[in-house]
Design a protein around this ligand. Structure first.
Ligand SMILES: [Zn+2]
Length: 295
């Protein structure tokens, strides 16, 4: 098969990555909002800011196959992003960013993205944004923290290296960004919602680090839209043995049907028999435009 044409994202590196926080005005994190975008991901971290629950940090803004957007304004209406809010990309596959090229509000966000080899279309789009910066490669593998005013925080990690502009290919799922949203409950115990993007769990070292620290597992947006591939024994052990705060929600963000045969829900059900499972496609059938996974 012919090699697809790949080009590097050419935006400048971010100058300040550690030491700043887009959550500095937020008192507490409420959970995450998984938008129904068809096949793809668009997830907002919800904060309690100025006494109301609202999106405070966006991860991905995609939706390709079977997206629900009839009009360009539908994108802005359903997935509002305030000007200057931080929008992070897990990686540059089209199902994780392409709704931003349809709507307009996400264009005014402050984009923080992995430098990757990707489609010429993605490179062209990235070059059209006024405020976009790449995560410097020196942070690869490190766990970075966005702190709120309270005890809650978001951890994130660029999980793999950019192979260089002249590399032939890159496995973008394994070199992008993953997040964990952590909240301290009234009992003082911490719980986490995991946002791995399309990265297999064992590629994200901070997940097992969180489990080892006794942070409980509250929710997962299933990696790679619930794909049945790239499971390892380490992933199974990690999820099976991870203590929950009494309820575990697993959300699949994918279209129905999905030409990629996502999700493999049976695999999750066999591993996590007590968890609650939701799909964005099912939410759509019930006239919902999003699923809120709250602490
Ligand atoms: Zn994807």
């Amino acid at each position: 098969m012919a090699q697809r044409l790949r080009k590097p994202i050419a935006s400048p590196d971010a100058v300040a990555v550690s030491g700043t926080s887009p959550l500095a005005a937020v008192s507490q994190l409420a959970g995450v909002r998984i938008f129904d975008v068809g096949q793809g991901d668009a997830i907002a971290v919800l904060g309690n800011a100025y006494r109301e629950r609202r999106p405070v940090l966006q991860l991905d803004y995609g939706g390709r196959e079977r997206n629900p957007f009839a009009l360009h304004t539908d994108v802005d209406d359903r997935m509002p992003v305030a000007s200057g809010d931080v929008l992070m990309l897990s990686h540059w596959d089209e199902d994780h960013w392409c709704s931003a090229s349809k709507g307009s509000s996400a264009r005014d966000a402050s984009w923080l993205v992995p430098r990757q080899l990707t489609s010429p279309r993605a490179v062209l789009f990235s070059a059209s944004l006024d405020d976009i910066h790449c995560i410097p490669e020196q942070f690869v593998g490190q766990t970075l923290r966005y702190a709120t005013q309270g005890d809650d925080y978001v951890l994130w990690q660029k999980i793999g290296y950019f192979p260089g502009a002249f590399a032939k290919a890159e496995d973008c799922n394994r070199s992008g960004v993953a997040l964990a949203v952590v909240h301290r409950g009234v009992e003082g115990e911490e719980e986490a919602i995991l946002l791995p993007g399309d990265a297999p769990f064992d590629a994200v070292s901070m997940f097992s680090w969180l489990a080892g620290r006794g942070v409980k597992l509250r929710g997962i947006v299933a990696f790679h839209h619930g794909a049945g591939t790239h499971w390892s024994d380490a992933t199974r052990d990690l999820l099976r043995n991870w203590t929950t705060p009494g309820r575990l929600d697993v959300v699949f963000s994918c279209s129905q049907p999905s030409s990629y045969h996502h999700p493999d829900e049976d695999q999750y059900r066999a591993l996590l028999p007590d968890a609650n499972f939701q799909r964005t496609a099912t939410a759509r059938a019930q006239s919902m435009v999003q699923i809120d996974l709250l602490f």
